[in-house]
Design a protein around this ligand. Structure first.
Ligand code: HEC
Length: 300
């Protein structure tokens, strides 16, 4: 079937096939790049959360002089000596959870939460991806992160290690502030040592879809460049090969029909494969002319 097709048609098909292969390669590249990009975005977000937590943990808790309506939760409560003012404390995990809610309502793509296998607050209970990450981090302290694609989301997690400043509330219950014991009891999330995996920061990002990747691809510039590349290839094969082959074939046909001294058009300075074919046709024509002369001599 292909043998009946013109070179131009075959070449156009090869060109399109090449294009498809290159675009497929680019897609694979972009897909890898996409994961790296999502991972970097999640990592940046996790690092900021860790920095914020460290800031709160370094001072133990933060005290606020009133509770904002959307964040009523607090760890402990103190009243000033003259009973005119009330203060509420927020521990690192609580402050982080409130930050997470605020961030979740902004236009930021990344949302995050802090969770642990030994959670004190039921709102911090881990989901299956988070539980699996915690198990991995506990088994191997060298793991820096875990990630996965889940539905339309990219999931990322990073371990939170126990530092000296955490022991006050997560070490021996005897050292713990009364507020913590009062609110959560003396059983949950105690007995940690410095360096233990206390929990994870879990970041969730909307995945970049195939359609979005495709749309990035299908911008006017790419389309114009591809059309240009196609035209360039089409014009080159047309002018440098097909047109010259056709002319050569026509001339050879006329020579074969008896126009033995028809000059074969020469491209000065050009020495490619087609010129070589023309040269050999010339040689063949000369041999024919010589052979005919000999024959004529013999006949006369
Ligand atoms: C002032 C006491 C206090 C300090 C200091 C403290 N925590 Fe906590 N932490 C708590 C309390 C109370 C909770 C309970 C959950 C909540 O309030 O959301 C908690 C919860 C957590 C959680 C979430 C899981 C859960 O139990 O619900 C993690 C993870 C955590 N802490 C890690 C740390 C790390 C790491 C440090 C040190 C950098 C630290 N904490 C320092 C009191 C403290």
């Amino acid at each position: 079937m292909f043998s009946k097709w013109s070179i131009q048609l075959k070449y156009s098909l090869i060109f399109i096939l090449t294009l498809v292969l290159i675009i497929a390669g680019l897609f694979i590249g972009i897909y890898t790049l996409k994961t790296v990009q999502l991972r970097n975005e999640a990592m940046a977000s996790a690092e900021q959360v860790i920095a914020f937590r460290t800031w709160v943990a370094n001072s133990g808790v933060v005290w606020v002089d009133h509770l904002s309506p959307e964040f009523r939760d607090f760890l402990g409560k103190r009243t000033s000596g003259d009973n005119t003012m009330e203060f509420f404390s927020k521990n690192p995990a609580l402050a982080t959870r409130e930050l997470s809610e605020i961030v979740g309502k902004t236009a930021t793509r990344a949302t995050f939460r802090v969770t642990s296998d030994e959670y004190r607050n039921p709102a911090n209970a881990p989901d299956p991806f988070e539980s699996a990450s915690i198990r991995t981090f506990k088994a191997d302290h060298n793991q820096k992160y875990q990630d996965a694609f889940e539905g339309n989301f990219y999931r990322y997690s990073q371990p939170i290690f126990v530092q000296q400043s955490c022991l006050k509330c997560h070490g021996d219950p005897k050292d713990a502030p009364a507020d913590v014991i009062e609110k959560y009891g003396d059983k949950r999330a105690f007995g940690y040592k410095v360096g233990d995996v206390r929990g994870i920061i879990s970041v969730k990002l909307p995945d970049i879809t195939l359609a979005e990747v495709f749309l990035t691809f299908l911008n006017p510039y790419t389309v114009v460049l591809i059309v240009l590349a196609f035209l360039l290839n089409f014009l080159f094969t047309q002018k440098a090969i097909i047109k010259r082959l056709k002319e050569l074939a026509l001339a050879t046909e006329r020579i074969a029909q008896g126009e033995l001294d028809l000059p074969l058009q020469d491209n000065p300075g050009s020495r490619d494969e087609i010129d070589y074919v023309r040269h050999t046709i010339d040689l063949l024509r000369n041999s024919v002319v010589v052979a005919m002369r000999r024959l004529e001599k013999k006949l006369t």
